[in-house]
Design a protein around this ligand. Structure first.
Ligand code: SDX
Length: 446
């Protein structure tokens, strides 16, 4: 039986559990609206039982960590980085200032910001060996695959990356990753296009330097301030999102004390999936497939018939409009003032209009998420669809690193190693090869 300990604030902050198999009751402490899964292990029928576990595929109702980085209220559509509303940061801050906030926990003073920006600006170059490594990819390699691989390869260049318990060494790797991801992204694009690499220009802003590395030609490249600011805001909106799939990957790999480059490569690999950061690429392909506003009702029918998913809609946490999607929609019109209207926005707006009225979507609380409109802007800015998840990864880099650092400095955290429900064979004896039955015949195959 449990006695109340410091985890229980008042006597009634407990759960009384009766195991009807034995008639025994247990008092389990409630703290932070959670119970500890390990508190269930005492619940057994026999003393040699393992004890109860929770079963939670996809971690739909499992808190894996405490975190102070990002707060989301999915029902109210609230998103805050270190307590600051995303709407205020998108309107008043810059991506590098937000990256500092997310990583350090506070908005920087002017001196702190200048030092941070200087450090990032002067770490944008890649070692020439890395450039040669990128040359080895197939001529049309998807830039996200190149990005994931190259981030991992950086771990072979910075041996101090393994010193993960040293704060100064961690800050050095963090600065390198925030600085180099745009260079890796731009080089991956230039490789795919068969264009020569454009090296970083330290006189430009973070988004401006990235645009220049992406699109500069023999005739040079004039950075449009509206597009420069739009990209900075898009990076801000993607900077963190609490324990999403890729942050979980960062934490899981990081929990084995792997270096931050390999951990972030794992996070980027998770982001690449079409259900996560790869969704913005799938949204564009979906809008192109629909082709015209008149085809929207037929596509909605296919969604409701479960033939396809409405990409860019739905979210594990948001059961209201994703606040980032609202800001991105405003940014879209600012970009269109420069680039001209992307006709795909009309299809997206009609999809949203119908979906927000249709009971199939309303009952499932499916609203546009961050990926629904971002791709339309990226395309208008001349980014190819294959670059969309890479753009997401640039924005999410400070978030992944903040989650990684929080993991390493949290004394409660241990190596991530979930349990399972075993559904396989009981013990059976080895069979000599001549006495085995062909599995295909066993499965009724030919
Ligand atoms: C991101 O987690 C994060 O924070 C992620 C992210 C971040 O910043 O890191 O916000 C970024 O990944 C945004 C999501 C991008 N993905 C997409 O837009 C892909 C399309 N959306 C889905 O596949 C889905 O909504 C998820 C993956 C986002 C959420 O999946 P869940 O929470 O596991 O929900 P589910 O699949 O259990 O769906 C619940 C119901 C199901 O219907 P029923 O079977 O119960 O009848 O809603 C349906 C689903 O079929 N549903 C959809 C749908 N999303 C959910 N039906 C049609 N179209 C969709 N998009």
């Amino acid at each position: 039986m449990w006695t109340f300990d410091e985890r229980t604030t008042v006597a009634n902050d407990t759960l009384t559990i009766t195991d009807n198999r034995t008639g025994k009751t247990y008092e389990v402490p409630i703290a932070d609206e959670t119970i500890r899964a390990m508190d269930l292990r005492q619940i057994k029928v026999n003393d040699d039982d393992f004890g109860l576990m929770t079963y939670d595929p996809g971690f739909t109702n499992t808190a894996s960590t405490r975190s102070a980085v990002t707060f989301i209220d999915g029902d109210k559509g609230i998103l805050r980085y270190r307590g600051y509303p995303i709407e205020q940061l998108a309107e008043q801050s810059s991506f590098l200032e937000v990256a500092y906030l997310i990583l350090k926990g506070e908005l920087p003073t002017q001196g702190e910001l200048d030092e941070w920006v200087y450090g990032v600006t002067h770490h944008t170059f890649l070692h020439e060996n890395i450039r040669k490594l990128m040359d080895g990819f197939r001529y049309d390699a998807h830039p996200m695959g190149v990005f994931v691989s190259t981030v991992a390869a950086l771990s072979t260049f910075y041996v101090d990356a393994k010193l993960i318990h040293n704060s100064e060494d961690r800050q050095h790797q963090i600065e390198r990753l925030v600085a180099k991801t745009p260079t890796i992204a731009a080089f991956a694009y230039r490789h795919m296009m068969g264009l020569p690499y454009v090296y970083p220009n330290n006189t430009l802003s973070y988004p401006g330097n990235f645009l220049n590395m992406m699109f500069s030609t023999a005739a040079g490249y004039e950075i449009d301030p509206v597009l420069e600011r739009a990209l900075d805001v898009l990076f801000i909106l993607h900077a963190d999102h609490e324990q999403n799939c890729s942050a979980n990957a960062m934490r899981s790999v990081g929990s084995s004390e792997s270096d931050p480059y390999c951990s972030m490569a794992a996070a980027a690999a998770a982001l690449y999936g079409p259900l996560h950061g790869g969704a913005n690429e799938m949204v564009l392909r979906m809008l192109r497939e629909i082709g015209d506003v008149t085809n929207v009702p037929a596509y909605i029918k296919r969604v409701k018939d479960r033939e396809v998913r409405l990409m860019g809609f739905g979210h594990r946490v948001y059961k209201n409009y994703d606040p980032r999607a609202k800001v991105i929609k405003e940014v879209a019109y600012q970009v269109f003032d420069v680039t001209g209207r992307n006709p795909l926005i009309d299809i997206a707006l009609e999809l949203e209009r119908i979906a927000l009225e249709d009971s199939f979507f309303v009952e499932r609380k499916l609203y546009p998420n961050v990926d629904f409109y971002s791709g339309i802007i990226y395309e208008a800015m001349q980014f190819p669809v294959a670059m969309f998840p890479v753009l997401f990864a640039i924005g999410r880099t400070p978030g992944w690193l903040a989650q990684w650092q929080e993991l390493l400095t949290d004394s409660e955290q241990r190596i991530a190693r979930p349990r399972q429900i075993y559904t396989g064979y009981e013990q059976r004896d080895y069979i000599a090869i001549g006495k085995r039955t062909d599995i295909r015949r066993m499965a009724g195959g030919s």
